[in-house]
Design a protein around this ligand. Structure first.
Ligand code: PRX
Length: 648
């Protein structure tokens, strides 16, 4: 961690919510937000209790919030079911005919599922899971592309109290194996292949390779999507159509306790081993429901599209659970944004009359590069609200998004949150909060963010520091799967009793927050969160590699790109083919999205006297700057000089 966090952003433009938008919004004035926020802090029980009561409970909660840091429990005594709240609740209220999912495949096929149909498919899947011996508390891994069946399987798990763990389809076999084993999954739900830019990603093949060493897995359930040939192991591998397809279309949702585990989602941290972030049912449900309702200000006739992948938390909270709990119509897209052409998203917005669009800064920067002529060709007048998530959005990208995509009329909600927070933590309510390009503005209800100095004292206005959260919130992670100690150590030891986000931020003179990015050894590449230690451990597993240090460097498109500094064992020579081989190794073991942009060989890595690799210095080298700051602790100053020469 660096000692000083320096903020360089000097953005001062302010955009008030458009009057017409504010007039129709759920929260239409700053004073209304202020009053609601105040109440959420002064009377959390009353505030959250009332919002939770908008959802269905089989038994009402007896208490609302318990807080014994680092542990929190919400809605204790209550029993509910998230699948019920996303589906049955709406059908029972007469809303079954409304489109729940409008899915578009990469090849252009469209499938619309009403709430009634989605409920039936979910029930079939739930019955099939049961037949395969999956019960409450059992873990089911979902390793799929962006197909409706991914959402259906998630909802089916929630329906019977099974715990799902979605693994992003871009992960390679070894990464799948590690996650499956950590979760102790009984079943893997997958596809023959997924479409990506006209090509097939061979998901089942990756599963087959992973399964060579996953003793807990009894079955795989395989959806045919791309039609590529696959091997089906008799007795182990089952066809979706012959299992889910033939199951009964009714299955009662099981009432589960408020704190019943809902899902595990693996995310990168500062060690080589990914963390299984655990979310439980009721708090997560309420968090997703309430944030979706207020931040996206959903109306009954909205067509809402979040371009994330269900393999990441954004897909969980804002493709599946939050919007469906709100009875929204959700657009889901299978493929790449530039297939068959760079205007795919804009064509889809026009075709489906999308009103709310939520995407990532890395995508926005790619759109800018591809050219304004692509959005200009399509009628995007249906849009009324834009969202951004995943990394800091630079003011240029923000302005382009506002002007070119939003036609200057749509507010932008820049939403800051994390896998661990489960739901949005800071964002402007679009009818109430004036926005500044690059700032996620103010905290959501119930969220108490603080910026701290190294010593735990509060930073001054505009002074960069560590972002922490002081009070518990409903959708807070409950633990790291199987590792309570790591949970405590990672999030609650740096500033005891407070949740440490791992991000650096500042708060400006208007009380607006500006998140600058990670202060730990986590790098955000194109919105994908990667632990550098995870990549280093792949590199050092190569027989020729002695040491490796991976750092991020600024990248115009991806936000950050990875640079690996590698030292070789004696007698081994650095060559271009070796660099290529090492980069490939990372692709093969973690996934293509983790492949370093550059491998730089060095005779030694700069270290402190205590033997710690000086990452800040390597980061500066990777960024092409001459290292500044204090280098007197360098074990061997000549190492630095040598690295610098390599650089030139
Ligand atoms: O560094 C912050 C950045 O993404 C991290 C969380 O990554 P992940 O758990 O993968 O979840 C991504 C989707 C919520 C944060 O610690 N981040 C996310 N949103 C923003 C952001 N940084 C700045 N502004 C944001 N809006």
């Amino acid at each position: 961690m660096t000692n000083a966090i320096v903020s360089v952003s000097k953005e001062s433009r302010l955009f008030e919510p458009p009057e017409a938008f504010a007039a129709a919004a759920r929260v239409g004035a700053r004073e209304t937000y202020d009053a609601m926020y105040r109440r959420s802090i002064d009377d959390p029980e009353g505030f959250w209790g009332e919002l939770a009561a908008e959802l269905h409970w089989f038994d009402a909660p007896k208490t609302i919030r318990q807080w014994d840091p680092p542990k929190t429990r919400w809605f204790e005594g209550g029993t509910t079911n998230l699948s019920y709240n996303c589906l049955d609740r709406h059908v029972a209220a007469g809303g079954g005919d409304k489109a729940a999912l409008v899915w578009e495949g990469e090849p252009g096929d469209v499938r619309t599922l009403s709430y009634t149909e989605l409920l039936r498919e979910t029930a079939r899947c739930a019955n099939a899971l049961r037949r395969l011996g999956v019960g409450a508390g059992d873990r089911v891994v979902i390793y799929m592309g962006m197909v409706p069946e991914a959402a259906i399987t998630m909802l089916a798990c929630a329906r019977i109290g099974a715990i799902h763990s979605v693994i992003f389809g871009g992960f390679a076999a070894d990464a799948v194996r590690d996650r499956v084993n950590d979760a102790g999954a009984k079943l893997i739900v997958t596809q023959d292949g997924a479409w990506r830019r006209g090509k097939v990603v061979a998901l089942k093949e990756h599963v087959d390779r992973a399964l060579a060493s996953c003793p807990s897995v009894e079955h795989t359930l395989v959806l045919r999507r791309t039609g590529n040939p696959i091997e089906m192991v008799a007795g182990r591998d089952l066809e979706w159509t012959e299992t889910v397809g033939v199951a009964h279309h009714e299955c009662d949702a099981v009432p589960v306790a408020a704190e019943h585990p809902l899902f595990i989602l693996y995310t990168s941290g500062t060690t080589g081993k990914p963390k299984g972030v655990l979310h439980t049912t009721a708090g997560y449900m309420v968090g997703c429901y309430v944030t979706t309702k207020y931040v996206f200000d959903l109306r009954d006739d909205d067509v809402y599209w979040c371009t994330a992948d269900v393999g990441w938390v954004t897909g969980h909270s804002y493709i599946v659970y939050g919007p469906l709990a709100n009875h929204a119509t959700v657009v889901m897209y299978e493929g790449a944004p530039n297939h068959p052409g760079p205007d795919r998203f804009w064509a889809m917005i026009a075709k489906h009359r999308v009103t709310v669009f939520y995407t990532a800064p890395t995508a926005i920067r790619a759109f800018i590069r591809w050219g304004d002529e692509h959005p200009a060709r399509h009628d995007m007048s249906s849009l009324r609200l834009l969202g951004s998530v995943g990394e800091p959005i630079n003011p240029e990208a923000w302005m382009w998004y506002r002007d070119v995509i939003g036609g200057g009329r749509c507010p932008i909600v820049d939403t800051w949150w994390q896998t661990e927070t489960g739901a949005i933590m800071m964002a402007p309510l679009p009818g109430a909060i004036a926005t500044k390009p690059g700032s996620c503005t103010v905290p959501f209800f119930g969220v108490v963010p603080k910026i701290l100095r190294h010593d735990g004292t509060e930073a001054a206005t505009n002074e960069g520091g560590y972002l922490v959260i002081e009070q518990p919130w409903p959708s807070m992670l409950r633990t790291v799967w199987g590792d309570d100690e790591r949970f405590r150590e990672t999030y609650f030891s740096r500033f005891p009793g407070k949740y440490f986000t791992g991000d650096g931020a500042r708060r400006d003179e208007h009380g607006y927050f500006w998140v600058m990015g990670r202060v730990d050894d986590v790098v955000n590449v194109a919105g994908h969160r990667l632990g550098t230690a995870e990549i280093e451990s792949v590199l050092v597993a190569h027989p020729w590699v002695a040491e490796a240090a991976v750092v991020g460097r600024p990248d115009e498109l991806k936000g950050q790109a990875l640079v690996a500094f590698v030292t070789l064992k004696s007698g081994r020579e650095p060559t271009d083919p070796l660099a290529e081989e090492l980069a490939e190794l990372v692709s093969a073991e973690i996934g293509k999205f983790a492949r370093p942009d550059a491998i730089r060989f060095a005779d030694a890595l700069p270290k402190t006297r205590s033997g710690k690799i000086m990452r800040r210095l390597l980061g500066e080298l990777a960024a092409g700057q001459a290292p500044k700051g204090d280098t007197t602790t360098l074990e061997d100053i000549s190492v630095l000089a040598a690295l610098r020469t390599d650089d030139e």
